[in-house]
Ligand binder design. Structure first.
Ligand code: TYC
Length: 127
């Protein structure tokens, strides 16, 4: 894992350039002022986020299964497995998505649970 962002732009001479007769230092005394010209050649993958489901004592199991089928494209078997995992272990992964999609899923699940008066909680975590 890289610790620092990939700074792929580089500093070029400003409009006065380093043409003949202008001193050869870009006009700023050898400093770093200039225009970034190079474009990124290696586009960054958008970072991924886990959508986590939390256990509680009140939300019916059938409701959780319905949520997993409806919002996370799971079939009955998968949804039941994940629901039971969360029920037994306290937390489980519903899916992994780019940030905006993960955030949307969390909002949709929380809204749907609230509309049905269930305390079901869902959250995000960087994958
Ligand atoms: N623990 C709940 C019950 O016994 C079921 C449940 C499972 C609730 C998963 C939330 O994310 C959850 N009815």
């Amino acid at each position: 894992m890289r610790l620092f962002p990939d700074v792929s732009a580089h500093v070029a001479a400003g409009p006065e350039g380093d043409g003949p007769g202008d001193g050869g230092d870009g006009g700023n005394g050898g400093g770093q002022i200039g225009i970034a010209t190079r474009t990124r050649t290696k586009p960054k993958k958008p970072s991924q986020f886990k959508v986590l489901m939390l256990n509680d004592d009140y939300t019916p199991m059938e409701f959780v299964v319905m949520v997993l089928k409806g919002f996370f494209r799971m079939d009955m078997e998968q949804a039941t497995q994940v629901m039971l995992h969360v029920h037994q272990r306290g937390v489980g992964v519903c899916g992994i998505y780019p940030y905006e999609i993960a955030e949307t899923k969390v909002t949709q699940v929380m809204d749907f649970a609230r509309q049905n008066q269930h305390p079901l909680q869902c959250t995000l975590e960087k994958a």
